[in-house]
Ligand binder design. Structure first.
Ligand SMILES: Nc1ncnc2c1ncn2[C@@H]1O[C@H](COP(=O)(O)OP(=O)(O)OP(=O)(O)O)[C@@H](O)[C@H]1O
Ligand SMILES: [Mg+2]
Length: 307
């Protein structure tokens, strides 16, 4: 017997894998999605969604992508996997994602290809949208200026391309590297942590989808999960996942507050230690601009993802 059998679950309810089936439309997520949909459907140019580590930004980016009908949008999701990428690399990725065949090496030629492709998308009645995840890693003036240039590509009635940036709040600082770009942000939304009620609803939702016939967590345990996670979805998952396993080991049919607190302690999530507290400063990806970056390697990595 394993913990799934013990709690009568058909699959893991709190996996941190981005499984769209487990999507929970919290008030926050629903509001954010609605606004982002509005921004892209109106081709507003640039929209920015920020949130602390593990708040659900990537989940939302994928959800937005899934919500854009292929008949109406030429949409792509680009994940920035390293800070220090060049504007040239970025342009090529965007061109490739939007369907430019054989993007040119030379910048002007590449821009011309991109422009022609965008006009074709426009003429086919579609909207071109590029979602960029981990956008806080775009941190040079050169790159910000490039975005401004792309946002200036227009036909008389409207823009040809819109962007949505997803990332940590420091995106705002990077945008200021090019003030005219910062001024072009048409929508900003900050994904806040889940409230205690939303945390409970999230836990129940995931358990239900995993086939649980009942909720093994006591109300006090759920309150403790909220305290230790501060409402951050990734931490809620980790806490609940560990609690289910520890509960199984102890053959506890009910998971109580004490168990959650013990699990939180072993995970280093005791309230106040800074790990759970929206710790964007301590937990953000290392920035190492000085390190040499193999852009081809990033290309290969991205290609392997899209396979
Ligand atoms: N709305 C949601 N519904 C269901 N699960 C969610 C939701 N939001 C977040 N999660 C869960 O939390 C985990 C972390 O979310 P996600 O990866 O989207 O956060 P993030 O803000 O992109 O984190 P990071 O700052 O590390 O990039 C996801 O793997 C998912 O399991
Ligand atoms: Mg993410």
């Amino acid at each position: 017997m394993n913990f799934l059998d013990y709690y009568e679950l058909s699959q893991e309810p709190f996996s941190n894998a981005p499984v769209s089936r487990f999507y929970y439309s919290s008030g926050q997520h629903a509001q954010a999605l609605m606004r982002l949909m509005h921004a892209v459907s109106q081709m507003k140019g640039l929209a920015v969604l920020v949130g602390d580590i593990g708040a659900g930004k990537t989940t939302l980016a994928r959800r937005l992508l899934d919500n854009l009908p292929e008949a109406d949008y030429e949409a792509a999701l680009l994940v920035i996997v390293h800070s220090g990428i060049t504007a040239q690399w970025l342009l090529r990725r965007i061109a490739l994602q939007l369907g430019v065949d054989n993007p040119a090496e030379e910048k002007l030629a590449l821009l011309s290809q991109l422009y022609q492709r965008l006009v074709r998308i426009y003429e086919s009645g579609k909207k071109a949208v590029v979602l960029i995840d981990e956008a806080q890693m775009l941190d040079t003036r050169e790159i910000m200026e490039e975005f401004r240039g792309l946002l200036n590509l227009e036909v008389p009635e409207r823009k040809l391309l819109s962007f949505v940036f997803f990332g940590l709040p420091e995106i705002e600082e990077n945008l200021k590297l090019d003030l005219p770009l910062a001024q072009r942000v048409a929508l900003r939304y900050r994904l806040e942590p889940l409230t205690e009620e939303a945390t409970e609803a999230y836990i129940r939702h995931r358990l239900r989808l995993a086939g649980a016939p009942r909720v093994p967590f006591t109300p006090a345990a759920i309150a403790a999960v909220h305290r230790s996670s501060q409402g951050t979805p990734r931490l809620i998952n980790t806490l609940c996942d560990n609690a289910l396993f520890e509960g199984f080991v102890a053959r506890a049919s009910e998971l109580d507050e004490k168990l959650i607190e013990r699990v939180a302690l072993t995970l280093g999530l005791a309230p106040g230690n800074g790990v759970s507290a929206g710790a964007s400063a301590s937990g953000s990806a290392p920035r190492d601009g000085a390190e040499r970056i193999d852009l081809d390697e990033i290309d290969r990595y991205l290609e392997s993802l899209s396979k």
